[in-house]
Design a protein around this ligand. Structure first.
Ligand SMILES: [Zn+2]
Length: 398
């Protein structure tokens, strides 16, 4: 099995000369016009849109062919996602979008001279060759270096204009080998009390959950509390700039802690043979929530703590190690008894108790076993039949 690891690195166009910026601005205007025009066809299929409009688009818009094609694909993407949300017959008013260049229309190189060694060459209209732009990087520069060394391929870039400045989003990807069938399923529950709880279920002994592990997330929660406190006192003194500074500082610190936690979870998974990580599908939670079916708890879970970010980090780090991540429907993962399958009301008790079979268990550990079992049952690893307590349980302070 193969999977693709994808990530984005953002660079900034650094001190470009005026003429070059003018041609970039001009192409952006034409590109947005072109996407708008394509959108007027209400396109749902790339092939059909190409047949209906491509030749006309080439006459109509003075852009390089690669850009006209990218505008076409972008229009289909925008229309499809828009249609999903708003329904078929609504009109789209596209205010702006970014310009995508594919492999044919850009070249990214490192040459060791001047203020920055990174140069992006773009095929723009009206120019014979490519136009070169100097690029600088902040975060994730090491990934760009890895891409230049061939560890990632840069399949496309997006040119984005924000407040008069130009930014480049590099879309990096690489193939990762994955085991065909897992031998262990790692269930991860995320919650407010324990930020994350993991448990491993192995193929040979599906009824013996292994090595439960708790991450309280105390430091992350403390930072969150600290921020609210400072924010309130600065808010009273009307110091928005200070708030911004503090916010940036604390979110960087939170990020560090989230990376550490995600590393811990992936290291936990790596100790097992051929693991797969099972997580609750949070978009699912959010969508369900939109239907107002879910209670306050899920709402809080969605909003108060950075679960989504943690998920992204886990997924990225796991893929890098060749560990697949699967998402499951979060319905009843907290309420279900992992031993007999009965759905019980749990309220706010920390301990889970099942009146049907008498199981008493840590609530979050019960949930993470349920999460893992969603996958193990689809793999046909036997039934519930009285799973035992995990043989070892440890707690990480992160
Ligand atoms: Zn039970």
């Amino acid at each position: 099995m193969h999977s693709t690891l994808q990530l984005t690195v953002i660079g900034k166009v650094f001190n470009p000369n005026k003429g070059k910026v003018l041609s970039l601005n001009r192409d952006l205007d034409r590109y947005v016009e072109c996407v708008r025009w394509y959108l007027s066809f209400k396109p749902t299929s790339r092939g059909k849109l190409h047949k209906d409009a491509y030749e006309k688009a080439k006459e109509r818009f003075d852009l390089k062919t690669a850009l006209i094609q990218s505008a076409r694909d972008k229009a289909v993407e925008i229309y499809k996602s828009f249609e999903k949300v708003k329904g078929k017959d609504s009109e789209i008013h596209l205010r702006r979008c970014c310009m995508r260049f594919d492999e044919r229309s850009f070249k990214f190189v490192k040459v060791g001279k001047g203020l920055t060694p990174y140069w992006l060459h773009l095929s723009l209209s009206g120019a014979y060759g490519r136009t070169a732009f100097p690029i600088v990087f902040g975060e994730r520069k090491e990934l760009i270096e890895e891409a230049l060394d061939g560890e990632y391929s840069i399949k496309s870039i997006e040119m984005k204009k924000r407040k008069g400045e130009w930014y480049v989003h590099f879309n990096l990807s690489r193939g990762v080998g994955m085991p065909d069938t897992p031998d262990t399923v790692i269930g991860i529950d995320r919650g407010e009390k324990n930020f994350a709880v993991a448990v491993g279920i192995q193929k040979g002994s599906p009824n013996k959950p292994r090595k439960g592990m708790f991450w309280s997330g105390a430091e992350i929660k403390a930072l969150k509390g600290k921020y609210h406190h400072i924010r309130r006192s600065l808010g009273r003194k009307k110091l928005p700039q200070e708030i911004k500074k503090i916010k940036g500082k604390l979110s960087r610190k939170t990020d560090q802690l989230l990376h550490k936690l995600a590393n811990g979870i992936v290291a936990y998974a790596s100790q097992f043979e051929n693991p797969v990580i099972a997580l609750e599908d949070l978009t699912h939670i959010r969508n369900q929530f939109r239907k107002k079916k879910n209670g306050k708890r899920l709402n809080r879970r969605m909003n108060s703590l950075p679960f989504r970010k943690l998920q992204d980090y886990i997924e990225y780090k796991a893929l890098k190690e060749g560990i697949p991540v699967e998402y499951i429907d979060p319905k009843n993962t907290t309420k279900e008894c992992h031993r007999c399958g009965t759905i019980n009301n749990v309220g706010y008790h920390r301990n889970y108790w099942c009146p049907n079979c008498g199981l008493t268990y840590d609530r979050d550990l019960n949930a993470s076993i349920n999460i893992a079992q969603r996958i193990t049952s689809s793999l046909g690893w036997g039934t519930r039949e009285c799973p035992e307590q995990p043989n070892e349980v440890s707690v990480a302070k992160t």
